[in-house]
Design a protein around this ligand. Structure first.
Ligand SMILES: Nc1ncnc2c1ncn2[C@@H]1O[C@H](COP(=O)(O)OP(=O)(O)OP(=O)(O)O)[C@@H](O)[C@H]1O
Length: 611
């Protein structure tokens, strides 16, 4: 137990007493968790310490991206830090909770089997479940002409190399909701483009108007990539007639599609009362969608609109709470609500990166190490104790290329150089973190150019936008470079989903230097070459999902800096989040006429009224 008497440690809640103090001092819960628990228990006159502890642990779980606290699992999950603590016995803990005023009106907490929720997430999870069940319970969409559908599938997905995609498109054509999954380069976008053409043809045969299509993704970068890939597919592979039928379309972020409201950051213009007008809605990079955003999207989709959720469930989950895509894959398919549409064969890499990604995904550590050490052209494993020199020679040419183009006032060349190489770290801070490597690379630039970078804004500074700025039209995840103009002034050129924009540096508020970026932030984007710094062995972020996400950011070449131990540790650990959506979706269908909440008894106590 790491008991510390440091009264200046901000993680310690000085006012905590009893069991909360013990858990806080052991480092299991933070001061913020203690405050949440103290407020709730004081407000509702709850004196039971185990209930207060449960509140603090829910707050802790949500901080780590979970939707709820699994009371049956939390002891295991805390690991060694919890060894000397007195944990409540599960049945007694659950009984204390069931009897607590915190689980009665106004229901700050909700209990679902052994899962404890804050009310907001419980409601969102329930809403997502109900909306998905309702969509799945409708009669399947009608096929206007069965023979034309089969002929269309053969035309759009010809030959045996398109077998998987043809089957996936056929499945999607026959259901309202489809979860289309696959790793990088498995042909998800190709399938989407073909499916859209197929549905447009069916609409034409049925004498309906051209379907109104929405392409969307959680970030601007991912939305732009989706639009570009679908357009490329249409122009390279599909006939003029198929392309014509689709008309024009643009991809937008989910926030933009749902319509931002100036008075709320969690509510949108389109909701249950004002549904989206589209007939087909395709969401790419669904693994990055949080539970809250999925709830907002599902309530806004018309029941008779098709929803195609595309993504890779093996990637890291959303930055905000939830693991929606993984839950949907398991819950919707296992619950018998929809048929699976899974793509497994990679068509892009055909090389070591694809092999490596598959071995990581399929949990084959020996194969992972074999590919890393195979000395192939595309994958390189840097196993040195001090990798700085290796990194310097790998990274500096591209960093200097950005700077030379920026000095010449050439944004195209600077942005192209920026997209050539990404240095990815697990953490923001520490010796393997983004901040450290941003500073190190800036020092290398100074050494190389003999030009000290005194100012925050310097020529060639690559930047990452970290928050949406609707007024400027730049979005979280957009990247840019600082360019010198002929008159000597600096401008920041941003490659936004709306095209190239440029600003005076002082106008940009939420910006970070982008010589290095976190793997979490790199989700939804790719670079020609990627260098991954494996975090230290003690890092809690070192998981298979983190490693897989990092590896799959590389289009052409990948360099992994680490050692065998870090690779094995990453492979052995999962970034699991506690959620209840897959359990909810796999429960048996309820008898008609009852709402789900009435129909399902709770083993551990009342659920509260149906609202
Ligand atoms: N059946 C196929 N046979 C040969 N090549 C294919 C096939 N399907 C797709 N491709 C090609 O493979 C590449 C990847 O396809 P696509 O972009 O559709 O995959 P993806 O799963 O959307 O990739 P990512 O999500 O990684 O961007 C493209 O160049 C595409 O033209």
């Amino acid at each position: 137990m790491t008991t510390t008497g440091d009264e200046f440690d901000s993680a310690l809640a000085l006012a905590a007493t009893g069991i909360l103090r013990d858990f806080n001092q052991a480092g299991v819960i933070l001061a913020a968790d203690v405050h949440v628990a103290s407020r709730l228990t004081t407000m509702l006159n709850e004196a039971n310490e185990s209930v207060a502890l449960a509140c603090a642990l829910v707050a802790r779980a949500v901080r780590a991206g979970s939707i709820c606290l699994d009371l049956a699992e939390v002891r295991n999950e805390v690991g060694d830090d919890g060894d000397e603590l007195s944990w409540p016995v599960l049945d007694e803990w659950l009984a204390a909770l069931a009897a607590s005023p915190l689980l009665a009106a106004p229901y700050p907490l909700r209990l679902e089997d052994a899962r404890l929720y804050f009310d907001r997430y419980w409601r969102e999870e329930e809403q997502v479940e109900l909306d998905l069940r309702r969509r799945a319970a409708q009669p399947a969409p009608e096929v206007a002409d069965e023979a034309a559908l089969l002929a269309g599938l053969d035309r759009l997905f010809p030959g045996s190399s398109y077998d998987e995609q043809r089957t996936a498109a056929q499945t999607a054509a026959r259901q309202w909701t489809t979860v289309l999954t696959g790793g990088p380069g498995t042909g998800k976008t190709t399938t989407v483009a073909g499916l859209l053409a197929l549905l447009a043809e069916q609409a034409e045969i049925a004498g309906e108007r051209r379907p109104w299509i929405a392409l969307t993704a959680p970030t601007g970068k991912a939305a732009a990539r989706l639009e570009e890939a679908v357009r490329r597919e249409l122009s390279d592979r599909l006939s003029e007639q198929d392309t014509e039928r689709l008309g024009d379309f643009h991809a937008r972020t989910l926030h933009m599609l749902l319509g931002r409201r100036p008075d709320s950051s969690t509510r949108f213009r389109h909701d249950r009362e004002n549904r989206l007008p589209h007939d087909i809605i395709v969401v790419d990079e669904t693994s990055m969608v949080s539970l809250t955003m999925m709830a907002r999207l599902l309530e806004a989709v018309r029941p008779e609109a098709r929803l195609v959720l595309v993504g890779d469930p093996d990637q890291l989950a959303s930055i905000e709470a939830g693991a929606v895509l993984a839950d949907l894959v398991e819950g919707l398919v296992a619950g018998g609500h929809i048929k699976e549409a899974e793509l497994r064969t990679s068509h892009r890499f055909g090389s070591e990166i694809g092999e490596l990604a598959l071995a990581v995904r399929e949990d084959r550590p020996e194969d992972v190490l074999a590919v890393l050490r195979s000395s192939g052209e595309r994958v390189h494993f840097v196993e040195e104790d001090d990798p700085r020199e290796a990194l310097r020679s790998a990274l500096l040419p591209d960093v200097l290329a950005i700077r030379i183009a920026a000095e010449a006032g050439d944004p195209d060349a600077a942005l192209a150089a920026l997209d050539r190489h990404r240095l990815l770290c697990a953490h923001r801070e520490g010796p393997w973190g983004v901040d450290h490597w941003n500073r190190t690379i800036e020092r290398w630039i100074t050494e190389e150019t003999e030009d000290p970078l005194w100012d925050t804004w310097y020529v060639g500074r690559p930047v990452l936008v970290t928050a949406n700025d609707y007024a400027l039209g730049v979005y979280n995840g957009d990247v840019g470079v600082t360019i010198r103009r002929p008159d000597g002034s600096l401008r920041v050129c941003i490659d936004s989903s709306r095209g190239r924009l440029d600003f005076a540096p002082s106008r940009l508020g939420n910006i970070e230097t982008l010589h290095a970026m976190t793997i979490h932030k790199a989700q939804g984007s790719q670079a020609t070459e990627v260098t991954v710094l494996m975090p230290g062995e003690e890092s809690r972020l070192l998981t298979r999902e983190l490693f897989y996400t990092a590896v799959t950011r590389a289009q052409d070449r990948l360099r992994v800096v680490g050692n065998e131990t870090s690779v094995r540790l990453a492979m052995g650990r999962r970034a699991l989040r506690a959620t209840g959506l897959r359990q909810r979706l796999t429960l048996e269908q309820q008898p008609s006429g009852l709402t789900l909440r009435e129909a399902r008894p709770n083993r551990y106590g009342p659920r509260g009224p149906v609202e």
